[in-house]
Design a protein. Structure first.
Lengths: 61, 311
């Protein structure tokens, strides 16, 4: 993450950037993004969701 | 280093660039900036996406801003790039201010437009305005009546993609003229339109192409009108935007929406079905991207069972 190791100056103050006001992920969220067992489950789940949407989009055509 | 862009595929470009800079240990030497005509990050020309997440229905700008903030990518929205010179870009903001930004390297996406075909009838008369919209895209069976944003409807969007002037002309995928944008149109005090154009590439293009091909086949067999529909207000889309390519450390944003064009008559609250509208970032998305890549190539080569692979 940015700015955490930088030396403080008035110009580099964290709350001067738009990103300061954005939602940021916690450590566990970032960890889960590349945690293999969780991602294997998400791979199956997202694929099924996408297949459902494709099937629904083809209905009545 | 700064990066100037429009939106869509460049979203992938900017986050992948950041990923590679980090992977090569030179991230601290680069400043990465994303400049867009979107009103909010995550608009994507679809008026944003609302999805259920952690007990809230959350707009997509929250997720996009979060990803950029996490990657230390700065952003400038509500901006229209007017001119680019070596090392410098000039843009106008929605407030009407003229600003400039310097860069060592930039990637700029120009606005969508048609190829600029000219059409003439048998007598040699120019009938281009009858066939094409001013932006060069072909007019089809959409409702092109100019009307304010509040009166836009999902059913304004075309279903058959047949030219309104000639029955034997079709414009599939990116070639058809949208009846209007999806995102709210906004203008600067100087009259410059500053908002994102609707997306039509990827899954919708493939589904439209298929419907048009089937209609043409049926018409060749005697039908007097197109027989298959593929309205973007009746179909969903699945999109996987890479956020770093690596089989174990990479991530991608998997996004689904239904329908693509918000339909506030069917879904009054959010315009879309939240059961089929979702988004998440993770390694699984990167694997899906790889899977789709190989499936599309398999299909393109017409290998055994290719027709079973969906668009």
């Amino acid at each position: 993450m940015s700015g955490q190791t930088q030396e403080y100056t008035h110009e580099s103050k964290a709350n001067l950037k738009a990103s300061f006001y954005a939602t940021k992920p916690t450590g566990i969220t970032v960890f889960l993004r590349t945690f293999l067992p969780w991602q294997i489950w998400r791979f199956i789940r997202i694929n099924l969701k996408m297949l459902t949407i494709i099937r629904r989009s083809h209905k009545g055509h | 280093m700064e990066l100037v862009r429009a939106r869509g595929a460049a979203f992938e470009y900017v986050v992948n660039l950041e990923f590679e800079l980090r992977a090569h240990g030179v991230r601290d030497k680069a400043e990465v900036i994303y400049l867009s005509n979107e009103y909010e990050l995550g608009d994507f020309g679809m008026d944003g996406v609302r999805m259920r997440r952690s007990g809230y229905v959350t707009p997509s700008n929250i997720f996009t801003e979060s990803l950029f903030a996490e990657r230390d990518i700065d952003w400038i929205t509500r901006a229209h790039v007017k001119k680019v010179e070596p090392g410098r870009a000039y843009y106008e903001t929605l407030e009407g201010e003229d600003k400039e930004i310097s860069f060592d390297m930039a990637m700029l996406l120009p606005p969508f437009s048609g190829v600029g075909l000219k059409a003439f009838d048998r007598k040699g008369e120019n009938i281009t305005p009858r066939l094409f919209a001013p932006n060069g895209f072909m007019k089809v069976d959409a409702d092109y009546t100019p009307k304010p944003y509040e009166q836009w409807l999902a059913r304004d969007w075309p279903r058959y993609y047949q030219s309104s002037a000639y029955k034997n002309l079709f414009a599939a995928g990116i070639a058809f003229a949208p009846p209007h944008a999806v995102s709210r149109p906004r203008m600067s005090p100087k009259g410059t339109p500053i908002f994102a154009a609707p997306p039509r590439t990827g899954m919708p293009s493939a589904m439209i192409g298929k419907a048009v091909a089937r209609s043409i086949t049926d018409m060749a067999h005697g039908s007097d009108r197109p027989t298959h529909t593929a309205s973007m207000s009746e179909m969903g889309a699945a999109c996987v935007a890479s956020a770093g390519a690596n089989p174990f450390r990479g991530t991608a944003a998997s996004i689904t929406v239904f329908p693509i064009i918000p339909d506030y008559e069917r879904y009054p609250e959010y315009g879309r079905d939240l059961d089929y509208t979702m988004g998440e970032i993770g390694l699984a998305g990167h694997w899906i991207k790889i899977l789709l890549h190989h499936m599309f190539l398999y299909k393109a080569h017409l290998r055994p069972g290719w027709s079973l692979i969906p668009e």
